[in-house]
Design a protein around this ligand. Structure first.
Ligand code: DC
Length: 225
């Protein structure tokens, strides 16, 4: 199966771009961040701190995470309930970053990601896809944008959803999350040497997708999903 790895920091537009890219190529899309978010939501619902590895490990077996892909993207289910909207809450973002530092959590989710990637041609977005989950992926991209631009986009997104947040707080959260994701000991966010760097700071969504498509041999996907 042909896999396209898209890694990069929070708010770089990975999920929007990956979704559009998958639709354009007629292949599946797997949002690996949604899996960390679903586990983080589960921990919060159970009253467990996502920073407490021991407590998180104790509840891991109770969280059954599944997902499906459809024309509008990926829906994610936690113990059978669709949590695709709940996992986007602001407080879940920080919790997901914290929970993703726990090696047992990563091992569990990486196994699910590898298995899913082996079943269909797909675009996977995350932090460690090219470096750890699928080091032999045929295509690897590192999508980034300045912290200020990423904060601006996230701020606009939250405002539209009716969440009242302060831009400076969103920027601080983005910088903190970058630090968390890049400096964690286990499978940190890195750009591998074989990944193509795409900086979307001054690109529109369409321009970013087009830039990525330029590197991809579209005929390779002829046998579909
Ligand atoms: O892409 P996102 O913002 O939805 O991801 C949520 C958190 O999950 C993010 O802070 C880092 C973590 N994550 C990760 O560690 N590895 C991945 N492959 C995907 C996400």
């Amino acid at each position: 199966m042909i896999n396209i790895a898209i890694d990069g920091p929070s708010g770089a537009g990975k999920s929007t771009i990956s979704k559009l890219l998958a639709a354009k190529l007629g292949i599946s899309y797997i949002d690996t961040g949604a899996m960390y978010r679903a586990l983080a939501l589960f921990a919060l619902d159970c009253g467990v701190s996502p920073c407490n590895a021991q407590d998180v490990i104790a509840i891991l077996d109770k969280a059954h995470i599944t997902f499906n892909y459809n024309s509008t993207g990926m829906s994610i289910f936690l113990n059978g309930k669709d949590v695709s909207i709940d996992i986007r809450r602001h407080e879940v973002s920080k919790a997901a970053s914290d929970i993703s530092k726990i090696p047992a959590v990563r091992d569990r989710l990486v196994a699910l990601q590898r298995e899913s990637a082996s079943n269909s041609h797909c675009v996977l977005d995350g932090r460690d896809i090219g470096s750890n989950v699928l080091p032999h992926a045929k295509y690897k991209f590192y999508l980034t944008a300045s912290a200020e631009e990423r904060a601006r986009r996230r701020y606009e997104e939250l405002k539209i959803k009716g969440e009242h947040v302060d831009y400076n707080q969103v920027l601080k959260d983005i910088i903190d999350r970058d630090k968390n994701d890049m400096e964690r000991a286990y499978a940190p966010l890195v750009k591998t040497d074989d990944a193509v760097l795409i900086d979307s700071t001054s690109l529109t969504i369409e321009q970013t997708v087009d830039e990525i498509v330029r590197y991809i041999d579209k005929d390779g996907f002829a046998d579909g999903r």
